[in-house]
Design a protein around this ligand. Structure first.
Ligand SMILES: Cc1ncc(COP(=O)(O)O)c(C=O)c1O
Length: 424
């Protein structure tokens, strides 16, 4: 690590407090980005195989221009009517089905989920929420109650039930074939529990592709039984599209369309503004009306014209550059490459579009987080930035900007193969 990076880390500790995490043993001090590439201070370039926020590529000129033009013209909030935010909602509504067409714009995915939860509670008059026990939906006080990895201060809330997350190595119910049914049975038990303890059941929130769980489900149709349980109990379905949305999965624009469910509320964030903080919760009109009746919601920065311009530019770039199709093609190439890797630690290679994982285990077949960490650190040393995911952080996560090319996919595969070979 060079002296300047060491100094930055010292200042971070002094100014931001302890435990502010960085990626990699030798953190990268990035100063510039373009497309799928990042440059550090010394001019070394890195292939970004991780960042789903820079969805249409780092510093895409059309998005930069849209932000700059609108920032130089006007920036206010939604108490003044402005056409851009309406253009954005119309554009998003045109990509959604199931009667979902109204939106509340926020600045983060956490806020969007916070709103979504309150929408479900307002519409049902019940409090109870169900999520998986290996997920992350955000950091507000209400949403962080859904985070099983760090239980909330004071212990788990009465109105929250976390059901076992689908898993490839240790499937819920003991077998991959029986997993969907077993998952649905856990939801049914959680609903009964919430009704018994007086919370009632407001809804199920999940990422349709189970991204934070480690991309553990690859079968469209998996959720049919679970959703039937939710419907029978009168609950709502919230699809958290913060990770799978905006075409990343290749074959569908949204995760819920890919897996084949009809949500009542959809939330989105991360890729929506290509790095500009814009997110949103969208719902059916009756649910929105129930929410607006109870909460006079206002968000100073949510839905400002600059954010709307950024998000509209992202949508236009996705269409103009055929990025959903690129995700399908490049994802297939990457997956084929992952499946051709040979190493005793590889338990599974999987992917949906441009979201892929390589699951690593030790000699006893147990998740090997230490190995995954070594692999991504080795990749970083050879100029490719990847991440980890899964219950034990044992799955190498590949989730690059959607503009990646064949040559860049091949480079990433080559560096991953090298990193694995060094671990024999
Ligand atoms: C599935 C999911 N939902 C919501 C969030 C929260 O988004 P934000 O960090 O913008 O608040 C995240 C962040 O990682 C996420 O992965």
């Amino acid at each position: 690590m060079d002296l300047e990076t060491r100094d930055l880390l010292d200042r971070r500790r002094r100014l931001m407090g302890p435990n502010v995490s960085t990626f990699y043993d030798d953190p990268v001090h990035i100063v510039r980005g373009q497309g799928v590439w990042l440059w550090d201070r010394a001019g070394t370039r890195y292939l970004d195989m991780y960042n789903n926020v820079a969805h249409v590529g780092h510093c895409h000129p059309a998005v930069v221009q849209a932000i700059a033009t609108q920032a130089a013209t006007l920036n206010t909030h939604t108490r003044y009517p402005h056409g851009l935010v309406l253009d954005l909602i119309e554009n998003l509504a045109g990509r959604l089905s199931h009667g979902i067409g109204q939106a509340i714009l926020t600045c983060t995915g956490s806020e969007a989920n916070d709103v979504a939860i309150r929408m479900a509670q307002a519409a049902t008059g019940k409090m109870g929420l169900i999520a998986t026990d290996n997920t992350y939906h955000g950091n507000t006080s209400a949403v962080s109650q859904l985070n099983a990895r760090r239980p909330p201060i004071g212990g788990p809330a009465r109105h929250i039930r976390l059901v076992p997350a689908p898993d490839r190595l240790a499937p819920v119910g003991g077998s991959r074939e029986g997993q969907a049914l077993a998952f649905a049975a856990h939801i049914a038990r959680a609903v009964a529990d919430l009704e018994d303890n007086g919370s009632g059941f407001a809804g199920l929130i999940l990422c349709p592709a189970f991204c934070n769980e480690g991309l553990t489900v690859l079968d469209p149709g998996f959720l049919a039984q679970a959703i039937a349980v939710v419907r029978r109990a009168g609950g709502l379905v919230i699809a958290d599209e913060v990770q799978p949305g905006f075409g990343r999965l290749g074959s569908a624009f949204w995760g819920h369309d890919w897996i084949g469910i009809a949500p009542d509320i959809v939330t989105m964030g991360k890729p929506m503004g290509n790095g500009h903080p814009v997110a949103c919760a969208m719902a059916k009109p009756d649910i929105m009306a129930a929410f607006r009746d109870v909460f006079p919601y206002f968000n100073t920065f949510g839905g400002n014209p600059v954010s709307a311009a950024a998000a509209l530019a992202v949508l236009r770039v996705i269409d103009a550059e055929g990025l959903q199709e690129n995700a399908a093609r490049m994802g297939a190439r990457l997956l084929k490459g992952l499946r051709s890797l040979r190493h005793p630690a590889i338990a599974d290679a999987r992917g949906i579009g441009l979201f892929l994982g390589l699951e690593l285990v030790d000699a006893g077949g147990a998740p090997d987080g230490a190995l995954a960490a070594r692999v991504v650190n080795r990749m970083r040393a050879t100029g490719v930035l990847a991440g980890v995911m899964g219950r034990a952080n044992h799955i190498v996560k590949l989730r690059p900007p959607m503009v990646i090319s064949e040559a860049e996919v091949d480079l990433a595969l080559d560096r991953l193969a090298q990193a694995l070979a060094a671990e024999r």
